[in-house]
Design a protein around this ligand. Structure first.
Ligand SMILES: [Zn+2]
Length: 256
């Protein structure tokens, strides 16, 4: 689990999630500047209301988020008890909070939308050659075990006039990866997203990933990895185009 949590931020390639509603979740616990705090205090003193209405009282939305986080925390506590641990043990005291926050972060794709994500980054370039971004780091959670799967995504399209900023392709992968997923659906969703925003002549997506639910439990095949692909438009219809794409991404899997 640690691996996914720490890699999750690497994988974002500087994508600081400044586009999501989920942003308030991560830093919800009072990033109030000393100045603001001081002036709020001063205001309270002036109003003669010592510990009265707090200037940083959570908004209804934040209160909602807090309530959900509370539910998640108690669920984690129960999990700890279930595996025979003592949640009061010092090392575990803040674990429910940490796990709940980590899960929030790793599933923040639920709070993002394609429209907001690509907002303003579609250009009419008249470019009609294949555009390929390969080796996009990918970190997700399988919906069957809620364990990480991680690897690389390769996304290509052949434009029909419209192109999108290259970093947006990585963002699209990230948005769908940060949900509970199965690799096949993730692959298809990325392809369909590119098709929706660009109406290109074709889209190809290949995802190579290794699943912790296979590696760490059950069959325990540490080196097993799964490849899924989605081909739309000319990539599906034209074998030559498809082969060109597959040749361009052919390489040793680089996530070992
Ligand atoms: Zn699984």
């Amino acid at each position: 689990m640690t691996m996914a949590a720490s890699n999750g931020s690497n994988g974002s390639k500087g994508a600081r999630a400044s586009y999501g509603k989920g942003q308030s979740i991560g830093n919800g616990n009072g990033k109030i500047s000393p100045m603001a705090e001081a002036s709020a205090l001063a205001q309270q003193v002036a109003d003669g209301q010592g510990g009265g209405v707090r200037a940083d009282a959570p908004s209804p939305v934040e209160a909602d988020v807090d309530a959900t986080l509370g539910v998640m925390k108690s669920a984690v506590r129960e999990l700890l008890v279930g595996v025979g641990e003592n949640p009061e043990r010092e090392g575990l005291l803040r674990t429910p909070q940490r796990v709940a926050e980590a899960m929030r972060f790793l599933t923040q794709g639920y709070n993002q939308s394609l429209e907001t994500l690509v907002n303003g980054a579609i250009f009419d370039e008249g470019h009609n050659e294949m555009v390929l971004v390969r080796d996009i780091d990918l970190f997700s959670l399988c919906e069957h075990h809620m364990l990480p799967f991680l690897g690389k995504a390769h996304v290509a399209y052949i434009p029909n006039q419209k192109v999108v900023g290259l970093s947006k392709l990585a963002r699209i992968v990230e948005m769908y990866a940060r949900r509970l997923q199965v690799q096949e659906r993730l692959t298809r969703q990325v392809a369909e997203a590119v098709e929706t925003i660009l109406e290109p002549r074709g889209v190809a997506v290949v995802v190579e990933a290794t699943h912790m639910c296979m590696v760490m439990r059950g069959v325990q095949k540490p080196s097993s990895w799964t490849v899924t692909s989605a081909m739309l438009g000319v990539f599906q219809d034209d074998q030559k185009t498809r082969e060109e794409f597959l040749n361009l991404i052919r390489h040793q899997p680089s996530f070992h």
